[in-house]
Write a protein that binds this ligand. Structure first.
Ligand code: CTP
Length: 224
């Protein structure tokens, strides 16, 4: 039985693993390829999980907002997709629930030879970008039956639900949070939680990320 199926009748604290914030891929010795994710939602979910007494770990991208002091102790930082993959390999086996809110790279650049710095005097530079491994799909593929894996889909509003359902099924997730693109960097969110069985829970519009975190954990990990 999945942790989320026994969710409302959970007997004790769950072991919750949350990822948040952007990956940063080196382009050369000093430059990075990254994205605008602030990590705020994952930070809010981790804060709420700790408040509820769950055993919580937050893997947070270094480019994200700093975590508040109340969650610093449960927070580990990552830079690249590869770093995040290593931390997931280490921490996921002991988790009941993974909430994968990190904005992971879709492409990893080929680095300048020898990790040197590109110079503009060398003329135009062409970047070669290789597709990144899909971390959450790999995890979902090898999870134990009682572990629950929840992904995120950040998409333009018009195609959000359709694309989120497609990602949920392609990645083999138990559920996916569908939220529109303008959530990025905003302190508020309008989102829904789509389950693998087709059920859709829709949160109230324009919740603060803290209120949305509570709404989400009511569904995934109620207080022990
Ligand atoms: N994700 C991941 N590894 C990647 C990219 C994304 O684990 N290399 C995870 C994200 O953390 C999120 C989910 O997959 O939980 C959806 O991410 P998204 O970027 O929307 O999906 P993509 O796999 O990148 O699909 P597409 O490129 O078609 O948008």
């Amino acid at each position: 039985m999945h942790a989320w199926e026994r969710g409302l009748a959970t007997f004790g604290p769950m072991r919750i693993l949350i990822t948040a914030g952007p990956t940063r891929e080196p382009l050369d010795a000093i430059r990075l390829l990254t994205n605008r994710s602030s990590g705020q939602l994952g930070i809010a979910v981790a804060s709420e999980a700790i408040k509820r007494g769950h055993d919580t770990t937050l893997l947070l991208g270094r480019g994200a907002h700093s975590p508040p002091s109340t969650i610093e102790a449960c927070c580990r930082r990552f830079d690249s997709t590869n770093d995040l993959q290593s931390l997931l390999d280490e921490t996921f086996p002991a988790a009941d629930l993974l909430i994968m809110a990190a904005a992971v790279a879709d492409f990893i650049p080929e680095q300048a030879p020898g990790g040197t710095k590109m110079s503009r005097h060398d003329g135009p530079v062409q970047l070669t970008l290789h597709p990144a491994p899909d971390l959450v799909a790999t995890i979902a593929d090898r999870k134990r039956p009682e572990q629950t894996v929840v992904g995120f889909a950040l998409e333009p509003g018009a195609t959000l639900t359709k694309r989120a359902i497609e990602k949920l099924s392609r990645k083999g997730l138990d559920a996916i949070v569908a939220n529109p693109l303008d959530t990025m960097e905003s302190s508020h969110i309008t989102a829904s939680l789509i389950w693998a069985n087709g059920k859709i829970d829709t949160a109230a519009d324009d919740l603060s990320k803290e209120a949305f975190a509570a709404w989400l954990l009511d569904r995934l990990a109620p207080a022990p």
